[in-house]
Design a protein around this ligand. Structure first.
Ligand SMILES: Cc1cc2nc3c(=O)[nH]c(=O)nc-3n(C[C@H](O)[C@H](O)[C@H](O)COP(=O)(O)O)c2cc1C
Length: 195
């Protein structure tokens, strides 16, 4: 199925997962979406602080409309046919056990990234597609969703079933393909930085 070639043997889930923009628009059952978020819940985090948070809306609900409204117009052009939109956030500080004052958690973003990837891979395993978006208006989403100041908004993830690329605006149809990656030698080196 995948046109992507791994340079070393890996499970096909890693190359088969990609981020289409064509969605069918069909509904996703509440349990099915919670199953994807459950996978994110089990992601590792520094000191098991679990800073990642998720705000979601099912298609056709006011929550979905609010999140969609917070996306940049380019993303609104295709993400409106997703089955659900999931905002990925993280708490930037935490109170350690036995302490009373919150301290900055410098790993909050790293941990939120791990959690979103768990969601994406679980979705792929269950036959759903996901597409992360950094193209959103953070101030608008923060106000509309009542997100506290010490919580970072990282991305909005469109979740659903893959649709026909003919349903996309013309400019996007040509881009509806899995892309490639840099060679591993440009990403990983033994010992000191040598890139
Ligand atoms: C944090 C993040 C932000 C992204 N923002 C957008 C976006 O705003 N709009 C969009 O169409 N794709 C967006 N993408 C999708 C990336 O372009 C895509 O994941 C990347 O090209 C790799 O392709 P693949 O996911 O199909 O493997 C984003 C992905 C990530 C992880």
């Amino acid at each position: 199925m995948s046109q992507r070639q791994a340079a070393h043997p890996i499970d096909p889930q890693f190359t088969d997962r990609w981020s289409p923009r064509a969605f069918t628009g069909e509904a996703i059952a509440a349990d099915a979406l919670l199953g994807l978020l459950e996978a994110a819940r089990w992601a590792p985090s520094a000191s098991n602080i679990q800073p990642a948070r998720f705000l979601f809306g099912h298609a056709g609900t006011p929550a979905f409309a609010t999140i969609l409204d917070g996306l940049v117009p380019f993303n609104q052009g295709w993400a409106g046919k997703a089955s659900a939109l999931v905002v990925v956030l993280s708490k930037t500080s935490s109170v350690a056990p036995g302490q009373t004052e919150a301290k900055a958690n410098v790993w909050h973003a790293f941990d939120a990234g791990a959690a979103w990837m768990s969601l994406a891979l679980q979705a792929h395993l269950k036959g759903y597609i996901t597409h992360a978006m950094g193209g959103f208006d953070g101030d608008k989403l923060r106000a509309a969703l009542n997100v506290p100041a010490d919580v970072a908004i990282h991305a909005v993830v469109a979740v659903g079933k893959q649709g026909d690329k003919a349903s996309l605006p013309e400019g996007l149809q040509a881009r509806e393909l899995p892309n490639d990656r840099l060679p591993l030698a440009q990403l990983a080196a033994e010992g000191a930085w040598s890139f």
